[in-house]
Ligand binder design. Structure first.
Ligand SMILES: C[S@@+](CC[C@H](N)C(=O)[O-])C[C@H]1O[C@@H](n2cnc3c(N)ncnc32)[C@H](O)[C@@H]1O
Length: 391
C-alpha cells in the first residue's frame, strides 16, 4: 500500500480543498495569498499533533492506521495543537496527557485574515513573533522571499523543528530561539511585524523596530475574555495607528512579562445583590471586547455551573484581592456576591449599558493608537462623540 504522503495528487487536492474552504469563509483570498496556501503544504509542519479526547490530548501521527482521516484533519480549517504544557506531540506517550496547550498551528482562515491585513510584498522585511510549527512562516517566505523573513519562538524544541521543516519545503528564513518581546537581531528594522501569540499591550520594541509606513498585525487580548487582532501603520511621528479587525482571535498569550494569570478563588456565600444581566453576556465576543476595555488589566474570569446547574462566573482582581461571583438563579434576576474591597461586576454592567446606548458597536468600528508611552482604543459614535480607553 502506498503511503498517503507519497501521493502527490492527493496532497495537491488537499491543498486545493483547504484554499477553497478559506475562500468560501469570511476571507476573500487575493491570488497571491491563495498562491501561498496552494504552494506551501501544511502536513510537513505538523507530522504529529494532538487530538482531544475529553480532558486528554492524544498524539496523532501520519503513520497511524487512519492516515486518510489524519490528512483530512491537517487540511481542515482548524487549529492543530502541537504542544501541551511544553510537551511536544512528537515526544508525547501514546496515551497522551492533560494540560494547557502551549503551541499550535493557527486555523488557516485566521492565518489568511491576518496575512491579508499584513499586506506583504515581495522583498518586505518581515518579523514573526511565535514561530510555532513554522507553517505561517512558510507562507511569509512565499510572500516576501525567505531571505527577508525572521521568525522567533521562546522554545528551542519548536524553533529547531520549525527551521528543519521550513528547509524541507525549500525555505531558509532566520529562525531565532528567544523572547519575541525582546530578542531582535541588532539594528534590524522591519516593514511588517506579525504576532501569532497575544499581548495585552504592544511591546514597545515592536513599535521601535517597525519602519515608517510599515504595518503591524497583532492579537491583543486581556485576561477577561475575547481576543482581537489590531492592524497598525507606523506614522512619521513614530505613532502607530489603525483599527481592530472583525475577526475574533483567541491566541495563546505571549509568554514572559505579563506572568501567569492568577487562580480564581471561591467566593464564600454572603450578602448579595441583584444583577441586571447574566454573566453569560461575557460569552458574546462583541461585548466581551468592549467589557475588557472597562476592566482593570489583571482581572481574571472563571465560569461554569452553580449548584442549580445554571451559569456562574467569578471575577478576581489579584491587585487588591477583590472577587465577585455572579450566579444565574432558577427564578428572578442573577445574584452578585462580592468578597474584598470592590464589586467587579458593576463596571461590566455599566459597560453593558453604555454598549447598548452606543448601539452595540462592533469591534471593527474601533480604532487603535499606540506610541511608546501610551496605547489607546477609540470609538467615534455617529453623533461625533469620541470615547477613548487606555490599554
Ligand atoms: C499559536 S502558536 C504560533 C503558530 C505559528 N505561527 C504557526 O504557524 O505554527 C504561538 C507561539 O507563540 C510562542 N510564544 C509564546 N510566547 C513567546 C515569546 N515570548 N516569544 C516568542 N514566542 C513565544 C509559543 O511558543 C507558540 O509556539
Amino acid at each position: 500500500m502506498t503511503n498517503i504522503l507519497d501521493d502527490e495528487q492527493r496532497l495537491l487536492a488537499a491543498r486545493v480543498s483547504l484554499t477553497q474552504q478559506i475562500d468560501r469563509g469570511s476571507v476573500v483570498l487575493s491570488s497571491r495569498l491563495a498562491g501561498a496556501f496552494l504552494n506551501v503544504p501544511r502536513h510537513p509542519f505538523v507530522p504529529v499533533f494532538y487530538r482531544r479526547d475529553g480532558e486528554r490530548f492524544i498524539p496523532w501521527r501520519s503513520t497511524d492506521s487512519d492516515a486518510e482521516a489524519w490528512l483530512d484533519a491537517v487540511y481542515a480549517d482548524d487549529s492543530l495543537i502541537t504542544e501541551v504544557d511544553g510537551v511536544h506531540a512528537e515526544d508525547a506517550a501514546p496515551e497522551g496527557l492533560s494540560g494547557v496547550p502551549t503551541s499550535s498551528s493557527t486555523a488557516p482562515s485566521l492565518m489568511a485574515d491576518m496575512l491579508d491585513a499584513l499586506d506583504v510584498n515581495e522583498g518586505d522585511e518581515v518579523y514573526e513573533a511565535g514561530a510555532g510549527t513554522g507553517y505561517n512562516a512558510g507562507a511569509l517566505c512565499f510572500l516576501a522571499g525567505d531571505e527577508h523573513v525572521t521568525t522567533v519562538d521562546r522554545a528551542e524544541s519548536l524553533t529547531v523543528r520549525a527551521q528543519r521543516r521550513l528547509k524541507g519545503v525549500g525555505f531558509d528564513p532566520l529562525v531565532i530561539h528567544g523572547d519575541a518581546a525582546r530578542d531582535f537581531p541588532a539594528d534590524a528594522m522591519y516593514d511588517r511585524i506579525i504576532a501569532t501569540a497575544s499581548v495585552r499591550r504592544i511591546p514597545p520594541v515592536w513599535l521601535a523596530r517597525l519602519r515608517t509606513g510599515g504595518i503591524m498585525v497583532v492579537p491583543v487580548k486581556g485576561t477577561l475574555a475575547g481576543g482581537s487582532v489590531v492592524r497598525l501603520t507606523k506614522l512619521p511621528d513614530g505613532a502607530a495607528v489603525g483599527h481592530v479587525l472583525h475577526t475574533p482571535a483567541a491566541f495563546m498569550p505571549l509568554k514572559g512579562g505579563t506572568g501567569t494569570p492568577a487562580e480564581v478563588p471561591a467566593v464564600p456565600d454572603g450578602p448579595c445583590a441583584d444583577a441586571e444581566f447574566s454573566a453569560r453576556v461575557l460569552d458574546d465576543w462583541t461585548f466581551s471586547f468592549f467589557a475588557q476595555l472597562h476592566m482593570a488589566p489583571g482581572v481574571v474570569r472563571a465560569h461554569g455551573k452553580n449548584d442549580y446547574g445554571l451559569h456562574v462566573t467569578t471575577l478576581f482582581d489579584p491587585a487588591d484581592g477583590s472577587a465577585t461571583r455572579i450566579d444565574d438563579m432558577p427564578e428572578g434576576p442573577p445574584m452578585v456576591t462580592t468578597a474584598g474591597p470592590r464589586d467587579l461586576w458593576q463596571p461590566i454592567e455599566a459597560a453593558r449599558r453604555l454598549w447598548q446606548r452606543l448601539n452595540r458597536p462592533r469591534r471593527e468600528w474601533f480604532t487603535v493608537e499606540a506610541t511608546i508611552d501610551e496605547q489607546a482604543v477609540r470609538y467615534t459614535a455617529p453623533d461625533g462623540t469620541v470615547h477613548r480607553w487606555t490599554l
